[in-house]
Design a protein around this ligand. Structure first.
Ligand code: HSE
Length: 411
């Protein structure tokens, strides 16, 4: 028998208990041993829950119990998740988590402790919800030098953008729906401002390039400034707006890493990833391009990935599997203004078309029904962020300019 303790009985934690119970027989077969939840740690009152007898309020009970093999951390946030994870690893227990904030912030340190203690720290559910992406990157693609990884990494924002694009819903109405369906973070700013996608691209970057990428070093922009006008302009250019997290090996060995809304040509596979679905593209020097797709949020999809980690941890109680990267600092991240891209801009002002041409030269103008006479939207040629700033300085003398969005172009 293998014993697990679940920390935090929210959407994901309760999903984990449900999957372990519902698929008990199958999980026992795949693990080679029965897996049981011995404790659920949560300070809230669950006396009416069918699992009431499993609840304890004090993590020390789990820490002190030598029978517990695996601790499942689904509390989220940094505190107390960081302390409990550290204590569990130091007590010789493997830890499995869906907590991307913790992995993105303290992953290098926690992985080091796990290695020193001969246990495992697994985090398959921290990126892409139910999509298998961490193990494919660490194991199946281990023969490759990975040069680029990017994707739709947040289900809530993809759901919101999709409802705006397909159904003309307002941002607020679409966000409420995503919250009702249990996709959104406790604080929706983490979704809509791009912080959640930022944490996930940090984890993917660390796996791809072997060095910790800290969230503070990653330029991050969310979807709150996107309007239905932008959606219509993108449509006229056969493009959709998607929030992408991107990381790419730079020529000098550093890493470009950033998060922001992009215009994506409809011909790209990733343009057709809709609703709560996420997708991650990984480019290896031997395999070429690979794409992973699935539900990026939600109770059972996320629990699916967490419980797979529980099974792996139970199968490797005597061995640390290599899942990891070295620690680093902000200098590992390349100045994102050096990244070369085409940009989408929406502007308004007097003689707007000639002002745009004067600043940017030849551009591709977009159109929308009901556009005002003094308004224009266009796609620039490719240029660095520094060049863009120079040109915007000229244009903004006579026009009001929206926040630029990159246009995705794959080589
Ligand atoms: N709020 C996150 C999302 C949950 O919408 O993708 C999964 O990390």
């Amino acid at each position: 028998m293998k014993y697990a303790a679940v920390l935090g009985y929210g959407t994901v934690g309760s999903g984990v208990v449900e999957v372990i119970e519902t698929n008990a027989e199958l999980i026992a077969k795949n693990t080679g041993d029965e897996v049981k939840v011995k404790y659920i740690v949560d300070i809230r009152d669950f006396s009416a829950d069918p699992h009431a007898d499993l609840f304890v309020k004090d993590f020390a009970v789990v820490e002190a119990d030598p029978e517990v093999n695996v601790v499942v951390e689904t509390i989220g946030g940094l505190r107390p998740a960081y302390d409990f994870t550290k204590r569990a690893l130091l007590a010789g227990k493997s830890v499995v988590t869906s907590n991307k904030e913790l992995v993105a912030t303290h992953g290098a340190e926690l992985l080091k402790i796990a290695r020193e203690r001969g246990v495992n720290y697994f985090f398959e559910a921290s990126v892409g919800g139910g999509i298998p992406i961490i193990r494919p990157m660490c194991q199946c693609l281990a023969a490759n030098r990975i040069d680029e990884v990017f994707g739709i990494l947040n289900g809530t924002t993809n759901y919101i953008l999709n409802r705006m694009i397909e159904d003309g819903l307002t941002f607020e109405a679409a966000l409420s729906e995503a919250q009702e369906k249990g996709y959104a973070e406790r604080n929706p700013a983490a979704d809509v401002e791009g912080y959640d996608a930022c944490r996930k691209i940090c984890i993917l970057s660390a796996l791809a390039f072997g060095r910790h990428v800290y969230p503070e070093s990653v330029e991050t922009d969310g979807i709150t400034k996107i309007t239905l006008e932008d959606v219509a302009y993108a449509e006229s250019g056969d493009m959709v707006i998607k929030l992408l997290g991107r990381a790419k090996r730079a020529d000098d060995g550093k890493i470009f890493a950033f998060v922001g809304p992009h215009l994506v040509p409809k011909a790209e596979l990733i343009a057709n990833v809709n609703g709560v679905f996420n997708s991650v593209m990984v480019r290896g020097n031997a395999v070429g391009d690979t794409m992973f797709y699935g539900r990026g949020a939600g109770k059972l999809p996320t629990a699916s990935a967490v419980v797979a980690d529980v099974i792996d941890a139970c199968q490797h109680t005597d061995k640390t599997k290599y899942f990891g990267w070295e620690d680093s600092d902000a200098s590992v991240v390349e100045d994102s203004k050096k990244f070369v891209s085409a940009y989408y801009l929406r502007v308004s002002g007097e003689s707007v078309s000639s002002a745009v041409t004067e600043a940017f030269g030849e551009v591709k103008f977009l159109s929308r029904e009901g556009a005002k006479a003094n308004e224009a939207a266009f796609i620039t040629g490719t240029m660095s962020g520094y060049k863009l700033e120079e040109k915007l300085a000229v244009l903004s003398k006579s026009c009001t300019v929206s926040a630029p969005m990159k246009v995705l172009a794959l080589d």
